[in-house]
Design a protein around this ligand. Structure first.
Ligand SMILES: *Cc1c(COP(=O)(O)O)cnc(C)c1O
Length: 342
């Protein structure tokens, strides 16, 4: 992509900057399958500290991180309760079924967090003809809900219910740093109480590759075994962990700018009659809105001719995502391009 394009398709499109590339070039490495890569060790230790768990494990992708966690928490034939628009259901290639023999029990929600009563109803009392429910999986921020953010008052009742029913809990925290930035709290405040947490270095944090699986020491020991089984054992991967460390140490604070940019974009769109957008629901770096005239693919193609990239989400919805490689001036350029579409 040429650099004068404003790429709002995803926060995964960021390029490693000079500081990251220098850290990658200078990284101390070893064979991580033998646990001999000191840079990976450092990344895992610092990630565990940030998330507030005993241990952490570097994995190649968020999808692998989520799927490793589900596999460790449950045996084949169990159910996973989650939101109906969860990433683990919509965008992970049916991996929980294909790799782990698990069945999602999807609960619809208004904003990405399944309601307590619906979750309670989705966990049947043990019966000789019912699958056992093993896991409650939540997502924060929630991608398909437009980056919605859930604070402790929303999370706690669900975790309490899960505990009461004997379920393991998993947080798909691909963007939990965005959630922390939006709420002005520590990441560990939002991850507390989950049996496992996955977060991505390769989204808003800006690293080229990688995610972390975080949990208790025994859990991460098992995750290490399953990561290898899923093909995620990596060798001199300190070159990637080094970029991840730079991203992790920058932390949540810089993401606040991305959130401001997303709100600015939403406010600009809300002034135009062609779009159905509620700026009050834009809480982080994702903006999903409806085109009153429909044809999201056509609209995105016309926008691309003006040098701005977005992603159609179904027939009449578009997703725009802000990130560290999009400046405020480029947000203005994007708004101008959108206005010119009429
Ligand atoms: C991006 C994302 C993931 C992981 O995606 P990968 O592309 O496999 O790294 C998981 N959950 C959510 C909510 C995401 O947005």
């Amino acid at each position: 992509m040429s650099s004068d394009l404003v790429d709002l398709r995803s926060d995964t499109v960021t390029r490693p900057d000079d500081e990251m590339r220098r850290a990658m070039a200078a990284a101390e490495v070893g064979d991580d399958v033998f646990r001999e890569d000191p840079t990976v060790r450092r990344l895992e230790d610092e990630a565990a500290l940030t998330v507030g768990t005993e241990a952490a494990l570097f994995v190649p992708s968020g999808t692998m991180g989520n799927q490793v966690c589900l596999r460790v928490h449950a045996s084949p034939g169990c159910e996973v309760v989650c939101d109906a628009a969860a990433h683990i259901v919509l965008f992970e290639m049916a991996a929980m079924a294909a790799l782990s023999g698990l069945q999602p029990r999807m609960v619809p929600s208004a904003d990405g967090l399944p309601p307590l009563a619906a979750v309670a109803a989705a966990v049947p009392a043990p019966a000789p003809y019912r699958a056992r429910t093993a896991i409650l999986a939540l997502e924060n921020t929630h991608n398909m809900a437009g980056g919605r953010v859930f604070d402790r008052s929303r999370i706690d009742p669900l975790l309490a219910l899960a505990r009461e029913r004997g379920l393991r809990t998993h947080l798909d925290g691909a963007r939990v740093f965005n959630a922390a930035a939006a709420l002005g709290v520590e990441v560990a405040t939002l991850t507390r109480g989950f049996d496992s947490v996955m977060f991505c270095l390769s989204k808003g944090l800006g690293a080229p590759v990688g995610s972390l699986v975080c949990g208790a020491r025994d859990f991460v020991g098992e995750a290490w075994r399953v990561r290898k089984m899923f093909g995620g054992g990596m060798r001199q991967v300190g070159v990637l962990a080094a970029a991840g460390l730079v991203a992790l140490r920058r932390g949540a604070e810089p993401l606040r700018q991305d959130h401001e940019n997303a709100r600015h974009l939403a406010a600009g769109l809300a002034e135009l009659a062609a779009y159905d957008v509620d700026p009050a629901t834009v809480e982080s770096n994702i903006l999903i809105f409806r085109l009153r005239a429909g044809d999201a693919p056509g609209w995105c193609a016309r926008l691309q001719e003006k040098g701005v990239l977005g992603i159609p989400m179904g027939p009449d919805q578009v997703r725009l995502v802000t990130h560290r490689d999009v400046s405020r001036a480029q947000i203005e350029k994007a708004l101008e391009a959108i206005r010119s579409l009429g």
